[in-house]
Design a protein around this ligand. Structure first.
Ligand SMILES: [Fe+2]
Length: 356
């Protein structure tokens, strides 16, 4: 099914209202060669209808000699905005920046947020935006998780597949992704519905097992065989397994940067409208795979940069890897047990997990 222009406009109207756009607000729409022109059009139109002061900022396309895919998350940190002070000033002057290009993990994004601009990333196709149109209830549940994560001082993760991980928490902020940007300095991504933080530097220890069927991003594929990652003092020290382990390790090594092996953000998914199965139904170029990152009860871990958290690890390789059927505890209290969200304030009554 396809989302028509009228529905797309209504969706943008809904999300911009949740993002507190009105006649007092200025809205900049950032676009580049990889932007979906329909999203740019709808963002501009919907902001105008809300009587905001809207303008576009178009940046030239940007390539990396070492780039090996068209996925915008395949090489992060350096963007067309890097070193472009004039464009940064133009964008940073807006109350809300709608990013249809992908500034995520760039130092420039952090600078503009710290200066008070809000930012909303919108890069998924309209049909995925429609399925996961954000709600106030998404925000309520994600923020309930964030309040627990902010107080926690340790996280442990286990699975029957063999994951057994522990880390200390508290050094870095927590990030709530609920699909709209309603507070000064807030970044969000429509669609989303998950939360995460970063382990204290050097404290992540143990083992992660990526099981057959778990999702590896930005490869945008399901693992066909288990991959075991031995982790010591915050870094992956050893990859074990078959082809999938060799592929993952070799891909990361091509960046020729030891920092790519650092563990980055850790958290869990709370979006029941995101589907683990969706990745198998879209061509790789059609989606940025938010379904995998957000599906309900996942354990999402990642590797590489921590610039989003205010850290200095600005490395270009960022893997997002959501696992199924994990159990996550904060200071010994269960948040997720074998893929089922436990706390009442985060759970969806009557939700039937496909992983039971
Ligand atoms: Fe990530």
């Amino acid at each position: 099914m396809l989302v028509g222009d009228n529905e797309l406009l209504e969706m943008f109207d809904h999300v911009l209202r949740l993002s507190r756009v009105d006649e007092t607000q200025s809205v900049a729409v950032l676009k580049s060669a990889n932007s979906n022109p329909r999203l740019v059009w709808a963002a501009m139109e919907a902001a105008q209808r809300l009587k905001a002061k809207v303008y576009g900022v178009e940046l030239p396309s940007h390539n990396y000699r070492s780039y090996t895919s068209f996925d915008p998350t395949g090489y992060v940190g350096e963007t067309a905005l890097t070193g472009h002070e004039a464009a940064k000033k133009a964008l940073g002057a807006a109350d809300l920046i709608i990013d249809t290009m992908l500034l995520l993990h760039s130092p420039e994004q952090g600078e503009m947020l710290n200066a008070g601009s809000r930012m909303l990333l919108v890069i998924e196709p309209p049909e995925i935006l429609a399925r996961m149109l954000p709600t106030e209830d998404d925000k309520r549940r994600v923020m309930a998780g964030v309040r627990r994560l902010e107080q926690a001082r340790s996280m442990t993760v286990q699975s029957d597949a063999g994951t057994d991980l522990r880390c200390d928490l508290g050094q870095y902020p927590c990030v709530a992704e609920y699909g709209f940007a309603d507070e000064p300095g807030r970044w969000d991504h429509w669609p989303s519905g998950f939360l995460f933080t970063w382990a204290n530097e050097g404290t992540t220890q143990g083992r992660i097992v990526i099981d057959t069927g778990d999702i590896i991003l930005p490869f945008k594929r399901y693992a066909q065989s288990p991959i075991t990652l031995d982790i010591e003092d915050g870094y992956i020290r050893k990859f074990s397994g078959g082809f999938d382990a060799e592929h993952l390790k070799t891909y990361m090594m091509t960046f020729r940067d030891p920092e790519v092996f650092a563990i980055s953000h850790l958290g869990w998914g709370l979006q029941d409208r995101a589907q683990w199965t969706a990745l198998g139904l879209y061509d790789r170029g059609e989606s940025d795979a938010i379904d995998g990152r957000a599906f309900y009860g996942n354990f999402l871990f990642s590797t590489g940069p921590n610039t989003e958290a205010g850290g200095s690890r600005n490395t270009a390789c960022h893997m997002d890897i959501p696992l199924r059927r994990c159990s996550i505890q904060l200071d010994g209290e269960a948040m997720v047990t074998r893929g089922i969200v436990i706390p009442e304030d985060q759970a969806i009554p009557g939700y039937q997990s496909p992983f039971d």
